[in-house]
Design a binder for this molecule. Structure first.
Ligand SMILES: *Cc1c(COP(=O)(O)O)cnc(C)c1O
Length: 220
């Protein structure tokens, strides 16, 4: 089996190749290593290989794993990529450097309050329900302008837009749509692309790709 460091180098090479094809700077793309479900022992090899940007989808799991790892690697940057319950907003603001799942007015309120209380502003991506799927979180596309205005009023720093395209369909049209929405609203960040489609996402303008399986192997 390949080592974590080898897989990291492969993913990094793929991102660099796609940046070159799309005539983008490699520095424009941040690789978020999605370590959800993996224990610290699986994460340390990537830290040892020099990687510092990680993503988790559950607040509780991240609270269990990351304070210990951060004691050894204080320059880690931690991203929350999963759905966030409003009652976990304070914990999320305390622990995470970036939140990718701002998707509804009640959460917006809770996050604004938590940021006021903590005396810090955490950059957030607004998750867009790009495929208009009932079962998925995310702001509906028609609601996006009003939602972004609300975030501005609440002094929440919006880093950009995030999406999870529908499964089992070619994702490129959804990535292209998210890119257009970000352009329309003057937003620089685009969090899109996972293990199966991060290269496509980079070609279509992703600034943050969220890659788990391609780095860590299958989740148990
Ligand atoms: C798990 C997860 C990922 C990573 O998925 P892989 O297919 O393992 O790369 C990316 N984004 C979100 C929101 C996730 O929950």
């Amino acid at each position: 089996m390949e080592s974590a460091a080898t897989r990291l180098a492969e993913v990094d090479t793929n991102i660099a190749r796609m940046c070159k094809i799309a005539r983008r700077d490699r520095d424009e793309v941040t690789l978020i290593a999605v370590s959800k479900t993996h224990p610290p022992g699986r994460i340390v090899p990537l830290l040892e290989a020099g990687h510092r940007v990680f993503g988790e989808n559950r607040v509780q799991e991240a609270q269990d794993k990351w304070p210990g790892l951060r004691a050894d690697y204080p320059d880690v940057e931690l991203h929350l990529i999963g759905q966030l319950q409003s009652n976990k907003a304070e914990d999320a603001v305390d622990l995470f450097d970036v939140i990718h799942s701002l998707d509804r007015p009640s959460l917006l309120k809770a996050l604004a309050k938590a940021m006021d209380k903590a005396g810090k502003r955490v950059p957030c991506f607004v998750q867009v329900n790009i495929g208009d799927e009932d079962q998925k979180g995310g702001c509906a596309i028609p609601d996006l302008p009003a939602f972004l205005a609300k975030a501005r009023d609440a002094d929440i720093p919006v880093a950009g837009l995030m999406c999870l395209p529908p499964a089992d369909i070619e994702p490129a049209p959804f990535f292209a749509l998210l890119y257009k929405l970000a352009q329309d609203h003057g937003l620089a960040g685009l969090s899109m692309g996972m293990s199966g489609d991060y290269e496509t996402a980079v070609q279509l303008g992703a600034t943050h790709v969220r890659v788990g399986t391609a780095l860590f192997g299958a989740r148990g």
